[in-house]
Ligand binder design. Sequence first.
Ligand SMILES: Cc1cc2nc3c(=O)[nH]c(=O)nc-3n(C[C@H](O)[C@H](O)[C@H](O)COP(=O)(O)O)c2cc1C
Length: 200
Amino acid sequence: MTKILILYYSMYGHIESLAKAVAEGARGVANTEVTLKRVPELMSEEAARKAGAKVDQAAPLANVDELSGYDAIIFGTPTRFGNMCAQMRNFLDQTGRLWQEGGLIGKVGSVFTSTATQHGGQETTITSFHTTLLHHGMVIVGVPYSCVQIGNMGEISGGSPYGAGTLAGGDGHRQPSENELTIARFQGAHVADVARKLSA
Ligand SMILES: Cc1cc2nc3c(=O)[nH]c(=O)nc-3n(C[C@H](O)[C@H](O)[C@H](O)COP(=O)(O)O)c2cc1C
């Protein structure tokens, strides 16, 4: 079995929806075992509720010690000022020992994201995230142009060769479109396929 972890943080649920689509895509690849987990929240529950955060997310919390047990990790983070969110950064900053041990060397790493606006930093969030994955020795996988939805000029859409993405809107009202969900499913399937070949 190829073991895939989808590891995410989502404040308002957009990344959570994309994560489920990524998982669906990965599960479609034969002999793949998919696990969906979150990184811990850093805000107090009171502050999260006040900010309107989605506090009913069912995915269990991950811990850094389990990461080396997967063949691929697909990370999902909302954009914060063009970068990954603090919750994800904080989690990754606890992987020093894992880095020292080379626990992720040669494993597949991939990233998807969400922004409020069309040009709010999807590409910078994903490519700056890649720096951390490369320090860990991971093999970066994105979304190739054989996924025709990333070239869709008929509508506004998140998603790029760097990874799936959705546009939440300034007030978070917009939900992932079918085009964006298709890209997310493609990313899950593509990562699972590459990981299967690498771990064979
Ligand atoms: C502190 C903060 C910084 C943000 N920075 C950006 C940004 O740089 N660009 C952008 O388009 N959206 C930005 N957003 C909006 C979030 O990216 C958006 O709420 C998120 O993608 C929604 O995903 P979620 O529902 O999974 O939390 C920011 C939100 C917060 C709270």
